[in-house]
Design a protein around this ligand. Structure first.
Ligand code: ADP
Length: 775
């Protein structure tokens, strides 16, 4: 009968009921739909499980069958009466149980509505005591986990409510801030933990959060100070998050004590500052030492050069040579250590200047040739003729790098050649400089370490060559500062090639190619040595303009003269003998002799000065034949026409310098201080001024400034600044006030001569024509 009734009711609900059943089934809670007579119209899966567990699968149709008799009245009251106010009521009941097991108790919650027939229908939520138990223990468990996590957290977590009172405080707070949980809960955060100077900002921040739900620090991680219980401040990292529960809002602060990290950071900063000030002191000391050591060395080496000219005795010459070589070595060691210290102290900057590649290469080669004391090694240089003549790069640094590489190559080569080549790199804005030798080489396993500081490949081998092991470390650092790279290829006992690739730019449309006339055509090369052929090939055949034929005996040479017309003949001076001389009437009009030879040839044969360069050879071929005469003499004559003013406060420097310059043919006046130099420049026309920078009263810098601002004929005289201080800043200051060049003391006279001559060819003086025409 119960079933019949249920069916009728179901029909009443129609398809809606089916849908309702499905919806109720997916709920986790046990739910029954019951009519006003207690008939169960729908029960969901969870409710079926509870009923089955209690009544062992008895099929029941009424809620009255579910509960014990004494509960019927409670149920009936709720099913029949409807409380309009609450619409919901609940009661605790005991379930019928067929087994002996402990009776199940449950809370029933009735939510009641009228259906469309105006009879009451109830949704009954069934919650057994075991459900409640489970709920309670789940809450307890999660609470226990939460507080264990909080307490184990290295960060201190503090939660405050909207009034700024502390509602949570994790255990680690005690070690971080000194306060225990009991001491702080319920108290205001601002009074306990916020430092005085931050309290206003904190209160403002809280107010803003209360009003708008946002705050300046929410969601951020900041470093601030917190107040410790004992009154001192501790540095903390702070992150704030906000939480909302209905109308309630909380803010939790995650606080990490960063005292140790801060101490470590401070220790690092202190160490860095200490190191920097030590480095600064070192740099000052070196700069001072540079001046103090180089000045007397200047006088010493200069006097030696003069002495050398007057020595005739073989033994004396030998001692002189030893003294000179040792002096030069001492100077280069001092220079390397100074350079390295400067680079280490970060005192180098790139200064792009207009650089004439030809004079750059020439000055390096002339000075290195001068130092070279081995006739078995030929030094030569080559510039690719399609390069522009003038490029923008840091000339001083590049000069230093190439000098290091060339000097090393000469040092480690006993026989053969050292060649420095400047070419276009693989891409158009790149310059490639290679220094190649036929020396001892470097084994593959040692190649990587040669660029390290104080590294020599073989302590035993390299000690005999001398050196500090700093040269390549300096070269690498300089190249890197200029934005380039340096590498090497080498085979033991065969030789080494160092390659530097540097970025450059140019606005000079003139390449060497466009300026040089000669060199196009077939060259005949004569030497009894195969090596000479090879060297000439390397020097000239890289340019498409030049082709070569080789002869190694007089007969071969004779045959060539008979059969071909040659544009030029290159003779190896060392292979010239009487037979060759007898052929000289067949020589082409362009004939050059390389290296020493004994008797002079007929006048059209020109001597090529070493070190050889391809450009130098082409220029020589370009000269008109009546211009060749004795090149050394013509150079001296050229120098003789040049009047140089040497300004130095140290008498020995003036005496030695003057003599060295006069030996090179210059006409020299000297001045002992800046004022008398300025006076001298008012009276006499000079072609060049060599100005010492450090002089009492009026320094060289000030004197240059006055000269440049003057209106005398010498206002634009080329000025070379001389100083013992090798600091780059000094070079910049000299150039900034108007010096044209910078030569460090003690100077090498050949290098200085080269610089003076270069300046003459570079400078067009506005006063020149006027003065010379007057003179
Ligand atoms: P050093 O003052 O000893 O020359 P470098 O830094 O200039 O110092 O060179 C480091 C080492 O690299 C040298 O001691 C030498 O062993 C090796 N080295 C440099 N250049 C060459 C070269 N052209 N041929 C052979 N070995 C070289």
């Amino acid at each position: 009968m119960g079933l019949e009734h249920a069916k009728n009711q179901l029909e009443l609900f129609g398809s809606c009921a089916e849908m309702l059943t499905n919806m109720l089934d997916v709920q986790h809670e046990a739910l029954l739909l019951v009519d006003h007579d207690g008939l169960i119209v729908v029960k969901n899966q969870a409710a079926t499980s509870i009923i089955n567990a209690s009544l062992s699968n008895q099929d029941i149709t009424s809620v009255y069958e579910l509960v014990t008799d004494e509960n019927h009245e409670k149920i009936s009251k709720r099913l029949k009466n409807f409380d309009l106010q609450s619409k919901q009521s609940s009661c605790n009941v005991s379930f019928n149980s067929i087994s002996d097991a402990q009776a199940v108790t449950a809370a029933l919650t009735f939510t009641s509505v009228f259906n469309k027939e105006n009879t009451l229908i109830h949704l009954v939520k069934v919650q057994t005591s075991s459900d409640e138990q489970a709920n309670v223990s789940a809450i307890e468990r999660s609470e226990a986990i939460r507080s264990a996590i909080l307490d184990a957290s290295l960060d201190t977590l503090i939660t405050i409510d909207m009034e700024g009172d502390i509602v949570e405080f994790s255990a680690s707070g005690e070690s971080t801030l000194g306060w225990s949980r009991e001491q702080v809960i319920g108290n205001s955060l601002v009074d306990l933990i916020i430092p005085m100077e931050m309290r206003d900002a904190h209160i403002q921040g809280m107010k803003k959060y209360k009003d708008t739900g946002t705050g300046p620090l929410l969601g951020k991680r900041v470093e601030v100070n917190a107040l410790h219980k004992e009154g001192h401040l501790i540095p903390i990292e702070l992150a704030l998050v906000s939480m909302e529960f209905g109308s309630e809002r909380y803010v939790t602060a995650f606080i990490r004590d960063i005292s140790e990290r801060k101490q470590a950071e401070q220790a690092l900063i202190d160490a860095k500052e200490k190191a920097e000030s030590a480095s600064l002191a070192k740099s000052r000391f070196l700069s001072f030492m540079s001046h103090e050591i180089r000045s007397p060395l200047n006088a010493l080496l200069g006097s030696l050069q003069l002495l050398g000219d007057s020595l005739h005795d073989k033994a004396e010459k030998k001692y002189f040579h030893i003294a000179q070589v040792s002096g030069d070595n001492l100077l280069s060691i001092i220079n390397e250590i100074l350079d390295f210290s400067k680079i280490e102290a970060g005192h180098i900057q790139v200064h792009q200047t207009k650089c004439n590649l030809e004079s750059l290469l020439n000055t390096i080669l002339v000075v290195s040739e001068q130092k070279k004391d081995n006739d078995q090694v030929r030094l030569f240089g080559r510039i690719n003729t399609n390069l522009p003549k003038i490029v923008m790069l840091d000339e001083i640094k590049l000069r230093q790098v190439i000098t290091i590489l060339v000097d090393n190559a000469l040092k480690f080569t006993d026989k053969g050649m050292v060649q420095c080549a400047i070419e276009q790199g693989e891409s158009s804005g790149e310059l490639k400089v290679t220094v190649e030798d036929t020396g001892v080489g470097i084994s593959p396993d040692k190649q990587a370490k040669v660029f390290a500081e104080f590294e020599q490949v073989d302590a035993v081998r390299d000690t005999s060559y001398g050196g500090t092991g700093l040269g390549l470390a300096i070269a690498k650092k300089l190249v890197e500062v200029m934005g380039g790279s340096i590498g090497l290829k080498s085979s033991l006992n065969e030789g080494t090639v160092f390659e530097v690739v540097l970025p450059y730019y140019t606005d000079d449309a003139n390449s060497f190619e466009s300026e040089l006339n000669s060199g196009h055509g077939e060259f005949l090369v004569f030497s009894k040595q195969q090596e000479f052929h090879e060297q000439m090939k390397r020097l000239l055949c890289q340019d498409e303009r030049t082709r070569m034929t080789f002869a190694s005996t007089t007969d071969e040479l004779d045959v060539q003269f008979q059969s071909e017309q040659y544009y030029a003949l290159l003779l190896d001076g060392a292979s010239v003998d009487q037979d060759i001389r007898e052929l000289q009437q067949h020589f082409p009009s362009h004939t050059l002799v390389v290296g020493k030879y004994d008797e002079p040839f007929m006048s059209s044969v020109k001597q090529v000065e070493e070190p050889l360069t391809n450009i130098g050879m082409y220029r020589l071929l370009d000269e008109r034949s009546d211009h060749h005469a004795d090149t050394d003499k013509s150079k001296l004559d050229l120098n003789h026409a040049l009047r140089v003013l040497l300004v130095d406060d140290v008498e020995i420097n003036r005496v030695v310098g003057r003599k060295l310059l006069e030996n090179k043919g210059f006409t020299v006046d000297d001045s002992a201080d800046g004022f008398s130099a300025i006076k001298a420049l008012e009276v006499e026309y000079y072609d060049c001024v060599l100005m010492d920078m450090r002089m009492p009263e009026l320094s060289g810098l000030d004197a240059i400034e006055i000269i440049r601002k003057s209106s005398t004929v010498n206002h634009d005289v080329p000025i070379i600044a001389l100083t013992a201080n090798a600091e780059t800043s000094e070079v910049e200051r000299c150039k900034a006030v108007g010096a044209d060049e910078f030569v460090s003391k003690p100077f090498n006279i050949d290098f200085l001569t080269e610089v003076i001559q270069n300046l003459q060819s570079k400078t067009i003086r506005s006063s020149l024509l006027e003065t010379k025409s007057k003179g």
